[in-house]
Structures are given as structure tokens and as C-alpha cells.
Design a protein. Structure first.
Length: 320
């Protein structure tokens, strides 16, 4: 019997502190008009001093567990995608495990920057299909406000904080759940999007650095290829997809991919205007928003895609 990885729930949250473009214009040489025109971003949310990636993630995970109507004691795998862990170690996944009171299980972090949630779908799907887990909790969380270079106006206006969580369960239902994953990385481009330091490089956390135009040049091509390959792998025609849930980095990238693949704009979920780029939480926040608006429903065919530092990129096709 073939095992399927069913996405039982997917929920997301932001911190409460809303930061408008105009507020940022008070601290760096920028303007609401420039940010909106070049990125589509109008606002984002930042953690308070008391919040961390694990506290945000725990809030999102509680919602996902409740929505999936599952007992937290039955979770046997926690995968947390983050580039902004609370601590260098232990894994943020174990902090979330403790906060939720989940008994002994498998728990670890993965690091694929903005592609983290899509990579997480791949990791959880593989572990479920290998029989290593039955009830998984996948989390994507980042608090990039903590690693922003406030002297660099080209990056500090782009990012926000947030968390998303999905309960993914093993099932014998066919043609449902995670249908295909495509995951890619090309380390030759690690220098165009990175953090300046880290535990072993300089014993410091470091600040985010991005050569925006260089990253932009790869985005449309890489993401489009991943979408096409993912559809081929699942044996699905791109026209059959109900919703595209892209990583929310820049509205111009989303428009570029839609144009290249002739995807009708009403099928593309766009929330970069309200969340900014929330890295590993981004696709979960976009999905959650569309779900609350009544757009995405059970039975829909949904394509998630992302590209981030590494460079990493990928796509996942899910029948809800
Ligand atoms: N406010 C005002 N002016 C600015 C700002 C700002 N915040 N930032 C840059 N500028 C200026 C520049 O100095 C430049 O001025 P100049 O022409 O006098 O030299 C001008 O605006 C144009 O700058 P560009 O860098 O050419 O702007 P661009 O149109 O490329 O937009 C951006 C920059 C938004 C970063 C874009 O390149 C982008 O979105 N890149 C891709 C980001 C991405 O996809 N990231 C992937 C995931 S992120 C992750 O994994 C962590």
C-alpha cells in the first residue's frame, strides 16, 4: 500500500507589532513610494523584545494542532525550518516541543532560508513515506528583524517576522496530500545572499547581506523551472492547479513567474504587501491568509514555491 502525506492543517501568525513603510523612512533614507513601487511591500510585523522564533512558532503550532484536531501527544516528528533560531543549539524544534509538552519524538531544524517551508514539505514527506513518522509538525519561522542591517536601506525595508505550522499525517488515501516535491540548491551563489557571520565564522550572529539585483536575476528562471518540473513529476497540467502560493519576496518576481508560465493572476496568492518577506514563514502566511479569505478550500490543488539564500529553491504540489 502506498502511503500519502496528508496536509491536515496549515496555520500562520505574525507578531503584533505592525511597522509601516513610513515608520522605516524615519530611520533609513527611503520612502513609502520607493518600497511599494520596487517590491509591493506596504507593511510588515516585527517581534517585540520578549518574542523569539520559538515563541512565534509555538503560537502557530498550537493553531495547527487544534485545527487538525490531533492530540499533541501523537506528534512523532517536528521539523522546524528557520535561519533565525533562538540559539545556535539546541534546535528550535526542541524548544517548540517543550513548549507544547510533546513527549519524546524526532525533532530537528532545517536551514534553507526562504525555501525552508518547501524544503520542509520534502523532508517530512520523505520521512512519512519511509515509515519513520505518522503525525508530523512542520514549522517555518523567522525573525529577520533580529539580523537586519539597519544601515543598509537596500535590505532592511524588505523583511518581516512570522511563523507558520502544518500538521502532516500518514494516510492510505490515494491522490491526496503531497503529490510531488522538487528541491534544488546551487552553492556557487552563496555570497549574493547571506549573513555576514555565524557561530563558527566569527562567534557572532552577523547581519543580512543581499545583492538584490543578482538574486532577482535567478528568481524567475529558477522558480519557473521548479514549478514545471514539479507538475511533470506529479503528472499534473499546470492549468489544473487551483492556487499558486509563492514565497513572498517581491511582487515583481511573482508577476514575472506568472507571466512566464501564463498563470492567471487571480490564481496567485499575494500577501507581500501586508507581510513583507518573512523567509521560512512566507508561504505559510500567504496560504493562511487565502484560507481565511475563503479562497483555498479542501480538495484544491495547491502549488507552493520558494527561492532563498544558498541559493536554494523548490516547489511542492499538494492536493488538500
Ligand atoms: N529606498 C530608496 N532607494 C533605494 C532603496 C530604498 N530602500 N534601496 C535601494 N535604493 C536605490 C538604490 O540605491 C538605487 O539607486 P541608484 O540608481 O541611485 O544607484 C536604486 O534605488 C535602484 O536600486 P536597485 O538595487 O537597482 O533596485 P531594484 O529594482 O533591483 O530593487 C530589490 C531592489 C527590491 C532588493 C530587488 O532587487 C529584489 O527584490 N531582489 C530579489 C530579492 C529576493 O528575491 N530575495 C530572495 C529571497 S530572500 C532570502 O532568502 C533571505
Amino acid at each position: 500500500m502506498t502511503i500519502s502525506s496528508i496536509v491536515s492543517s496549515l496555520c500562520a501568525i505574525t507578531p503584533d507589532r505592525l511597522v509601516t513603510n513610513n515608520e522605516l523612512a524615519n530611520i533609513v533614507d527611503t520612502s513609502d513610494a520607493w518600497i511599494k513601487e520596487r517590491t509591493g511591500i506596504e507593511q510588515r510585523y516585527f517581534c517585540s523584545d520578549l518574542e523569539t522564533s520559538s515563541t512565534l512558532a509555538t503560537r502557530a503550532a498550537k493553531l495547527a494542532i487544534e485545527k487538525a484536531n490531533i492530540d499533541a501527544n501523537d506528534i512523532d516528528l517536528i521539523v522546524c525550518a528557520t535561519s533565525t533560531p533562538d540559539r545556535t543549539f539546541p534546535a528550535t524544534a526542541t524548544l517548540i516541543q517543550e513548549a507544547l509538552g510533546i513527549p519524546v519524538c524526532i525533532a530537528f531544524d532545517i536551514q534553507a532560508v526562504c525555501s525552508g517551508f518547501v524544503y520542509g514539505f520534502g523532508v517530512v514527506d520523505a520521512m512519512i513515506k519511509a515509515g519513520q513518522a505518522k503525525n508530523a509538525l512542520l514549522i517555518g519561522v523567522d525573525s529577520f528583524s533580529r539580523i537586519m542591517d539597519w544601515a543598509d536601506r537596500t535590505t532592511c525595508v524588505l523583511f518581516g517576522d512570522g511563523a507558520g505550522a502544518a500538521v502532516i499525517r500518514a494516510s492510505d488515501e490515494q491522490n491526496k496530500g503531497i503529490l510531488a516535491n522538487i528541491l534544488r540548491a546551487d552553492g556557487r551563489y552563496n555570497s549574493i545572499l547571506n549573513v555576514s557571520s555565524g557561530a563558527s565564522l566569527g562567534s557572532k550572529v552577523g547581519k543580512l547581506h543581499m545583492e538584490g539585483q543578482a538574486v532577482f536575476r535567478h528568481a524567475v528562471t529558477n522558480i519557473s523551472e521548479a514549478i514545471v518540473l514539479c507538475c511533470e513529476k506529479a503528472g499534473v497540467n499546470i492549468n489544473e492547479i487551483d492556487w499558486f502560493v509563492p514565497h513572498q519576496a517581491n511582487k515583481r518576481i511573482l508577476d514575472g513567474v506568472a507571466k512566464k508560465l501564463k498563470i492567471p493572476e487571480e490564481k496567485v496568492i499575494i500577501t507581500v504587501d501586508i507581510h513583507g518577506n518573512t523567509s521560512a514563514a512566507s508561504v505559510a502566511l500567504a496560504f493562511d491568509h487565502a484560507q481565511k479569505e475563503g479562497k483555498i478550500k479542501k480538495g484544491d490543488l495547491v502549488l507552493f514555491e520558494a527561492m532563498g539564500g544558498g541559493l536554494t529553491w523548490g516547489a511542492t504540489l499538494v492536493r488538500l
